[in-house]
Ligand binder design. Sequence first.
Ligand code: SF4
Ligand code: SF4
Length: 423
Amino acid sequence: MANYREMWETLGMDLETHDQLCAVLPTAFGDTYLSQENRPAGMDFWDMVVADIHGIRPAELIEAQKKGQKVFGTFCVYVPDEVVIAANGIVTGLCGGSQFWVPSGEEVLPKSTCALIKASVGARLGRTCPFFRIADMYVGETTCDGKKKAWEILGKDVPMHIMDMPQMKREKDIAKWAEEIKDFAAVVEEFTGNKITPEKLNDAIKLINEKRKALARVYEARKADKLPISGKDVLLISQIAFFDDPARCAQMCNALADELEQRIADGVSVFKEGTKRIMITGTPMAIPNWKLHHIIETSGAAVVCEETCTGTRYFEKLVDDSKETLDDQYRAIAERYMGINCACFTPNTGRVDDILRLAKEYKVDGVIDVNLKFCCLYDTEGYTVEEALKANGIPVLGIETDYTDSDAEQLRTRIEAFVEMLG
Ligand code: SF4
Ligand code: SF4
């Protein structure tokens, strides 16, 4: 990593503890990523981002702040980036994906909270992540109970706006979400000092749609019989998409998609013929949570799709960009976001439909339903998901894990047995 110590010091970070993270990350990344063979050349960009993950993008954000832009930190794919961008703000994802941050989170949260929440709170309170220091305002949502309570704790340390998520998807719930988005827009306007106009919002809608389309192109390449890219690499792209500049993200993804399409035409694959194709469904995997993908892809299988918030839920479906008034645009945004199928909704039959559809599209041999320990929502919904998969003759393995490595060998044994069972 280049030397960004002065910047980190100015951000009030705990440098001594942060040094420990900087010391282990390159080895973890090298072992997980750089050990792969025949990777697409386009992955160089994402390797470079990771190599200076706490330097390059944070420095860009600070430069933007000096020019008057505000940075909003978000934790959920339901929070609409479009609204922030229309007010000349910047969005950065803040979900914590490392065990490194969990102990700081456990100082204020029950141990029986999911690792994602503990790591997110720990990264802020432990002062060991520049993104959590840079964000001017955090935007929470009322998706799950653990998050709702975590916002109260984080709200004592940083300006916080919370969006009230409906828990059902009736017409009145979509209308309510459109109202909530409108209220959020008013908060963003006041915080940034910039007015949102229909023209600016439409530009933002188009920008984020382009990013979604570019991510979709990368995913499309994974439907090929000969896989031109590993699941691990695509996971990394999705994770970084949450905090990169959206136009650059689209540009880099499109360039990579060109290369992947050429690889498909040339019959280039990163896996040997007959490698079993796995889809992952369940809880999100925030950076640098690469654990499950790494185990699967070093156990004789390939991950071809993720029905998660760091997968298809992030980019599928576009916002209708034909609306001309702010109210119509907020409604169009609400409709697109309410099309995401998170386990926090009841009923949530759309998620099962998505899983069955994706299993066909990506020609999967089996599904791994992963639950982050202490996530009651996805754990409970696992019953319905696994029942539907079995009813459709799709082999499924349900697992529960966290950010530690303590269960890695046990998981490997179970996954190897599952892959062998696939034939
Ligand atoms: S799993 Fe649900 S709460 Fe978590 S990021 Fe996705 S939509 Fe939001
Ligand atoms: S994984 Fe589950 S418990 Fe954790 S933040 Fe997401 S929805 Fe909440």
